[in-house]
Design a protein around this ligand. Structure first.
Ligand code: FES
Length: 576
């Protein structure tokens, strides 16, 4: 029962001439599978996060059929299985709370089943990282096929971008510049095809990261979801995953330290989401790759922003694809990349991009004439963020890169929503908005609420940006001078917990500093009082409790502490 020379893991279930082999095969035959498909060929799991509750992934059943074509054609046995789907726009309190739950499900589904290699079908923000984390802890040959971006949004003669224009238009309504009925009229035009947000949100960034790391075939990140060539890519992935299974090319052999560095460089050049740092740190933790926030800051300095794409620029993912996509960006920053990194295509990264070209220099710029000099993430430290905080300079206002201001503090998201438009709120454009209680333990799940709305009275005066600080995340589609992921979070007793309205805060982006201008003694006194007044825990059972008790802080990727690392694919015992 071998395929060529190699005996696959699945042969331990399907290749047996005994009662257990009978059990494993017989029930599978109820699906209409002929007996000879259990002849020792590689079994390819297709892990599908399709769901009607995850609109960005709602076409993935069709995509799975194309992966299967390729697997059958190459002599494998494709078996599709579902995994928890995390719809970013549907799940409360935030899809991020469940990324690790998806990862656990994916890990155990792969390990527990007779699978030799796996194709991950995901797209919406947390599905790709959740699947990758789970797959990494098993470490079989693995490939990614992303949902692909939606077609560009259209509204009254112009392009509008997922998320980015929601934030822009809703602020225009609050500023009195747009009527509410016009705002709601944009709904249908914004989302007019299957696929993920067509801005450089977390979904587009993670799909680009998968391509840059060599875990997906070229063009995976940018081919529109409805483009026939995405079906071709899925078909070719089916062929390739069989070859990877035969060669036993495991995920950890592709996702090396080199691959992570390539991904960070590409993420910076394309204006990638701040969420990428969290997901890549968690993935590195699963694979035992040494990676820290400092790597993001260091590598971000090596490349400028090259892609003029929302939210850092003006174009959308369709434009990016037609301009040459991620491969054209990698060609532009090739001197910085590890071009000898292996990829799932069977070629090196350098070979993958050898023929890449840029077809629109307005969308993908050259290094000599970039969209902006500041790319990637700035990683800040100081007494307000002892373990770090991040800001995306390309989405911030240069006039606020250095700023000192008076804090206006909101203890909870509810307080922010209740007070932000209060005409009596004591605030001006030089103040610093501070939001607490939105980190991994505090929200829980570290929701995307860090891009706080500006006070209506300031919007009406034409103020369009202010310095904002929180332990939250923000959508990759969002923009503004927004300091995120303050670590440790307030709920874990970080100094953010004791900031009071009226305190002065100093932000110096170029010097990577974030300081609360309050004496060390006063901070210690306030923290002591804060600890003494802690309320009883709110969640006493279930996944919420498990998550809150075990989640790591943002600087370690918000993984659960007991999930760090890998357990491999081995399962010793039979089921009956
Ligand atoms: Fe799914 Fe943006 S909401 S990718």
């Amino acid at each position: 029962m071998t395929d060529g020379k190699r005996q696959f893991r699945s042969a331990r279930s399907y290749g047996r001439a005994d009662r257990d082999g009978f059990i494993h095969r017989s029930w599978m035959k109820s699906e209409g599978l002929p007996g000879d498909v259990f002849d020792g060929r590689p079994v390819i799991g297709i892990c599908n996060t399709w769901s009607e509750l995850t609109p960005c992934n709602a076409h993935l059943r069709e995509i799975a059929e194309f992966v299967k074509r390729g697997v059958w054609e190459a002599g494998g046995l494709p078996l599709e299985f579902p995994a928890m789907s995390l719809g970013e726009t549907q799940m409360r309190p935030t899809a991020m709370l469940f990324r690790n739950l998806l990862a656990m499900e994916v890990e155990e589904s792969i390990r527990g089943n007779p699978i030799d290699a796996v194709v991950l079908l995901g797209g919406c923000d947390k599905t790709t990282p959740g699947q990758l984390l789970g797959a990494a802890s098993v470490d079989l040959p693995t490939m990614v096929v992303s949902s692909g971006p939606m077609l560009n949004g259209k509204f009254r003669g112009r392009d509008i971008g997922s998320g980015t224009d929601v934030w822009k238009l809703s602020e225009a309504v609050r500023a009195g510049e747009m009527k509410a009925q016009d705002f709601f009229a944009a709904e249908s035009g914004m989302s007019r095809s299957p696929g993920t947000c067509m801005t450089m949100g977390s979904a587009s960034t993670m799909a680009s990261v998968a391509e840059a790391m060599g875990l997906a075939l070229p063009d995976n990140a940018t081919l529109p979801a409805v483009d026939s060539r995405r079906r071709v890519l899925a078909h070719e992935t089916g062929r390739r995953i069989v070859a990877l299974a035969r060669g036993n090319v495991r995920l950890s052999q592709i996702a090396t330290r080199q691959a992570f560095e390539n991904a960070i460089l590409v993420s910076a050049a394309i204006g990638g989401s701040t969420n990428t740092a969290i997901h890549l740190l968690a993935l590195a933790g699963r694979l035992g790759v040494k990676l820290s926030l400092a790597d993001f800051d260091r590598l971000s300095r090596e490349v400028p922003l090259l892609v003029d794409l929302q939210p850092s620029g003006k174009y959308l993912m369709e434009d990016f694809h037609y301009a040459g996509g991620v491969a054209a960006v990698m060609k532009e920053i090739a001197p910085q990349l590890a071009l000898d990194a292996p990829t799932v295509s069977g070629k090196t990264l350098g070979e993958n991009i050898a023929d890449a070209e840029c077809y629109n220099r307005d969308v993908i710029r050259t290094r000599d004439a970039p969209v902006g000099q500041h790319a990637g993430l700035w990683v800040l430290h100081g007494n307000l963020a002892p373990s770090g905080a991040v800001i995306k300079p390309s989405a911030a206002s240069p006039s606020l890169y250095r700023h000192k201001g008076r804090a206006v503090v909101f203890e909870t998201i509810e307080e922010l929503r209740a007070r932000i438009d209060d005409p009596a709120l004591d605030i001006d454009e030089n103040c610093v908005l501070v939001l607490k209680g939105c980190g991994p333990k505090g929200y829980p799940g570290m929701a995307e609420v860090g891009n706080m709305p500006l006070p209506r009275k300031l919007l009406e005066r034409g103020v369009h940006d202010m310095l904002r600080i929180s332990d939250a995340r923000m959508s990759g589609t969002a923009f503004g001078t927004v300091i995120l992921h303050v670590t440790p979070e307030s709920e874990a007793g970080g100094p953010l917990a004791i900031v009071q309205s009226g305190d002065e805060i100093l932000f110096d982006g170029p010097a990577r500093k974030l300081e609360l201008l309050v004496s060390g003694e006063e901070i210690a006194r306030r923290l002591e009082a804060w600890r003494a007044s802690r309320p009883a825990p709110k969640y006493g059972r279930g996944y919420y409790k498990l998550y809150i008790d075990h989640v790591l802080q943002a600087d370690r990727g918000c993984d659960l502490d007991f999930l760090v690392g890998a357990s491999g694919a081995e399962v010793e015992r039979e089921s009956h």
